[in-house]
Design a protein around this ligand. Structure first.
Ligand code: DC
Length: 233
């Protein structure tokens, strides 16, 4: 069967990662979470003392950017890929509770640096060369794979996304204030879409999915339909 590249971009907390993972599993594609790659670079910087407060020692990071090896390996227990930084599983660390880009700090800042983006985009293009991938992020359909056969842009209202995030945190036993989370969601949207380097924007040929009022099942059905259309089956 014809293998394609599926590019999924969209707002934070829009549920695009869950969607992308489930789709990849269903159709036997490799899932690549590019947000995890930006997170892994941030972790590397923390481990190597490259942050001074919220500032980064750019020259030092530039000098070591090609020493940062990021890969994904399937976790047999979860059936999903875990992120490895220079051979070490960092999945827990990069998803951690007090993750530094809450409020768009360290990690959000790193994603604005052109040399970091260029290095990660090159790795992402290499990972997708053989096709048969579902890649999610902010710039996949616009920068990484502008020729992807299927491009999706996922969004939901900030209020719906904040509510989902609060429910998610509470399910993990982490109390969260809706107002605070909503403010955070809006801040992240602002940072993602106003940065100079590869801002989050919808590719002209992307299909938009606003899932504010959709169930997971409805989303899944819609997504599979788009996939079958794209491969012509
Ligand atoms: O989707 P996420 O929260 O895991 O992303 C982590 C950070 O990386 C966030 O600041 C957005 C940024 N990012 C990006 O700039 N480009 C991508 N392709 C993926 C994520």
């Amino acid at each position: 069967m014809k293998k394609i590249v599926i590019a999924i971009d969209g707002h934070s907390s829009s549920g695009k990662s869950t969607m992308a993972k489930d789709l990849a599993k269903e159709i036997g594609y490799t899932y690549i979470d590019t947000g995890a790659m930006y997170r892994a670079v941030t972790l590397y910087c923390i481990q190597h003392g490259f942050f001074e407060g919220e500032k980064i020692k750019e020259e030092e990071l530039k000098a070591s950017i090609h020493d940062i090896d990021i890969s994904f390996r399937l976790n047999a227990e979860t059936g999903r890929p875990d992120t490895y930084l220079n051979g070490v599983n960092v999945e827990k660390e990069i998803r951690g509770m007090e993750w530094p880009w809450k409020g768009g700090k360290k990690g959000g800042f790193l994603a604005t640096l052109g040399f970091v983006r260029r290095a990660l985009v090159a790795k992402q293009q290499e990972m997708g060369k053989a096709k048969g991938i579902v890649m999610d992020g902010r710039d996949i359909g616009t920068v990484v794979f502008p020729d992807a056969e299927l491009k999706l842009f996922v969004t939901a209202s900030p209020e719906v996304r904040a509510k989902r995030r609060v429910d998610e945190l509470e399910a993990k036993g982490i109390p969260a204030s809706y107002e605070e989370v909503l403010e955070n969601v809006k801040k992240r949207d602002y940072i993602d879409s106003t940065r100079e380097e590869s801002p989050l924007r919808q590719a002209d040929d992307a299909l938009v999915l606003d899932n504010s009022h959709m169930t997971l099942e409805e989303q899944k059905t819609w997504l599979l339909e788009q996939y079958h259309k794209a491969i012509g089956s």
